[in-house]
Design a protein around this ligand. Structure first.
Ligand SMILES: [Zn+2]
Length: 152
């Protein structure tokens, strides 16, 4: 029960954080609700970058900080619609800016392939965790996954 309350509190914090991030977007109120819903759902499953699948962080200022990206940028006619807005890591967001949308879109398949692999790794890791009861054994798997991740 206490754990559930912590989660609710965390979600309230997330809502506030999201509000800050979207205040400059010209969103319809139902689009805002939809975005919030997605945000909370994604947070529950590990909050993965839409492009590369990395697990994102909520704090500002790191490569893995989450940001909200217009898949088709405003400068290319993209709008503040739910389909055009995705949660992406800062690294992808910057790569997209630096390399340009065309480059990014051409390479998106590659990024998404990485994302799929990453999701498989996470699912595998969760499955192992739930099947192995000994905490030390679980942790040793975690180390392996972190090693794989760091050397990708
Ligand atoms: Zn990313």
């Amino acid at each position: 029960m206490a754990e559930k309350m912590v989660i609710e509190e965390e979600k309230m914090e997330l809502k506030k954080e999201l509000d800050k991030r979207i205040k400059n977007l010209n969103l319809e109120s139902d689009a805002k609700e939809e975005l919030l819903k997605k945000f909370l759902e994604w947070y529950d499953v590990g909050f993965l970058c839409y492009y590369c699948g990395v697990v994102m962080e909520l704090k500002f200022g790191t490569d893995l900080s989450f940001s909200i990206d217009h898949v088709i940028p405003r400068s290319h006619g993209g709008r503040d619609t739910i389909d055009n807005l995705k949660f992406v890591c800062w690294r992808c967001n910057m790569t997209k800016k630096d390399k340009g949308v065309d480059w990014f879109m051409r390479n998106l398949r590659l990024l998404q392939e990485r994302r799929r692999k990453k999701i498989r790794t996470i699912e595998f890791s969760k499955a192992i965790k739930s099947s192995i009861k000994d905490k030390r054994v679980q942790e040793s798997y975690q180390e392996i996954f972190e090693h794989i991740e760091a050397n990708r």
